[in-house]
Write a protein that binds this ligand. Structure first.
Ligand SMILES: Nc1ncnc2c1ncn2[C@@H]1O[C@H](COP(=O)(O)OP(=O)(O)OP(=O)(O)O)[C@@H](O)[C@H]1O
Ligand SMILES: [Mg+2]
Length: 485
């Protein structure tokens, strides 16, 4: 029997049609045990209808290598095992039909559904966290919105912890969710020192300790944010702690102005411990949260409550567009702490927690600690964190490659067991490749992906998925209104 190499290597220069047919038939026979050649079945090679010999035929032209001697490069052959490693998205058989419909598997030609909890149960992923990364306008938010809105119809819930553009408001309204809009001129007040719903699993003492710890962490973070990272003195920690204790003793749910009041006018006991001026500098740092550009947002008892039964809650901070970086960070810390108190409750049901434009949060040390905690405890609380960002290179702004902060932020990306990569520019690819563990072939695909199509890395499986949205969904999810005539 002739081998493929022989059959392909000798293509007579004046081959008649009949002779060509015969030669091709022979080639097909040589692929023993297959009804049709593997390249036809898999559609792998360019011009795949032609088979491997197509790769040897050069087009006519100046650089066509046509000469007295014909060039016959050997066709590229590889086992399906090799293809599965290099082109995993081509050889996938799908994740099954359970879960939320996302769209179609471009190479698998079937429907693609996804649900982090179902896949966790099946052992496909070892954690429910999701990262969506891609350049501007490629369809990241659209993908997250369709996942969230459709998951809600299947009984899941959602909370949007960061919505700096206010684009999730229409989604919440469409699915019967609630929106909490904070910002200058908005009437809503959110008290970041709220205790949040209590978990049934915790005793009274445990619950008080959890709430106290959360409040203390927030206060320290707010002071650090104001001081741009300059650490607090031990005496200041004590002063802040005493002020918090006294505010809680006077009022079960204290507010930031109450704590500030105890810092500015310390009790006799506090004065003896830290001196009359011990807490004064901390008080001045904290003052910005109750006056200045954040006045009237986080400085009074909450006028809204977290509705644990609502399918979706959105923390809309779009009114703060244009505010200083510091104000945005303070607002993010207050808003996210309030939301975290409500969602980190094991009785709260399965919930997707979205951080849109998440790089801003990653850049903030306090938010990063909070997010890392939430990533770690996701399974305990039944939440699936979904972080959306543009590129891994955004983390460069956090610090150099040796910085602990940056390593921690990178850890959130690498630890996410579901990584959805939308189109990336060539110069961003090497960082993305390393951080998200892409193969060369996957990188090649990612650079070419059209809008709305993403590479899904789910555990160690890989798919190229076109996110399909209906025209009604498009009206609600689109962010292009202002770009249209
Ligand atoms: N799957 C899709 N089907 C149809 N249109 C889409 C799809 N994905 C995105 N689009 C269109 O592209 C626009 C931008 O999408 P989207 O807001 O999701 O981008 P993005 O990646 O989140 O951008 P940004 O980085 O600016 O947040 C949408 O408003 C919509 O019109
Ligand atoms: Mg977006």
């Amino acid at each position: 029997m002739k081998t493929i190499k022989q059959a392909v290597a000798f293509i007579p220069s004046n081959e008649s049609r009949g002779a060509r047919r015969e030669r091709r038939a022979l080639q097909e026979i040589t692929v023993a045990g297959r009804e049709e050649p593997f390249w036809k079945k898999m559609g792998l090679l360019a011009g795949d209808e032609e088979g491997p010999d197509a790769t040897t035929r050069q087009p006519f032209g100046t650089h066509s290598f046509k000469g007295p001697h014909r060039l016959h490069p050997a066709p590229h052959r590889a086992s399906t095992m090799t293809f599965a490693a290099a082109y995993p998205f081509l050889t996938e058989s799908g994740l099954g039909h359970e879960g939320t419909y996302i769209g179609s598997d471009v190479f698998g030609s079937g429907a693609f559904s996804y649900d982090p909890w179902v896949l966790y149960e099946k052992g496909v992923i070892s954690g429910p966290s999701i990262v969506i990364i891609g350049t501007v306008g490629t369809g990241k938010s659209m993908c997250a919105k369709s996942l969230v809105a459709r998951s809600i119809t299947l009984g899941r819930k959602a909370a949007v912890a960061s919505d700096p553009k206010g684009e999730w408001v229409s989604v919440a309204n469409a699915v019967g969710g609630k929106v909490i809009s904070v910002g200058p001129g908005r009437s809503t007040r959110v008290n970041p020192l709220d205790a949040g719903p209590r978990s049934r699993e915790l005793s009274n003492a445990q619950w008080q300790a959890v709430v106290r710890q959360r409040r203390r962490q927030l206060l320290v973070a707010l002071v650090s944010l104001m001081r741009q990272g300059v650490p607090m003195h031990p005496v200041e920690h004590t002063a802040l702690d005493m002020a918090l204790t006294e505010a809680v003793a006077a009022n079960e749910t204290p507010t930031l102005p109450m704590v500030l009041e105890y810092l500015l006018n310390p009790s006799k006991e506090t004065r003896e411990l830290v001196g009359p001026e011990g807490g004064r500098a901390v008080a001045h740092s904290l003052r910005r949260t109750v006056s200045g550009d954040l006045e009237g947002m986080f400085d009074a008892p909450s006028t809204v409550s977290f509705d644990a039964d609502a399918p979706m809650m959105v923390m809309d901070t779009s009114a703060l567009i244009g505010a200083s970086e510091q104000a945005l960070s303070l607002a993010a810390a207050c808003g996210a702490t309030w939301l975290e108190a409500a969602i980190t409750n094991p009785d709260g049901g399965k919930r997707i927690v979205v951080y849109d434009e998440g790089w801003r949060m990653l850049a903030d040390p306090y938010m990063l600690v909070k997010m890392s905690e939430q990533w770690r405890l996701a399974r305990t609380y039944g939440i699936a964190n979904l972080l959306i960002m543009h590129k891994v290179a955004d983390l460069n702004e956090i610090g150099d490659s040796t910085s602990g902060h940056r390593q921690k932020a990178l850890g959130l990306l690498t630890e996410a067991d579901t990584r959805i990569i939308y189109r990336q520019k060539h110069d961003s690819m090497s960082l993305t490749k390393d951080a998200l563990g892409l193969t060369e072939a996957e990188c090649g695909q990612v650079e070419e992906l059209p809008k709305g199509v993403g590479l899904w890395k789910v555990g160690n499986r890989s798919f190229i998925v076109a996110n399909e949205v209906t025209s009604d969904e498009l009206t609600v999810f689109s962010t292009d209104h202002r770009m249209m005539p």
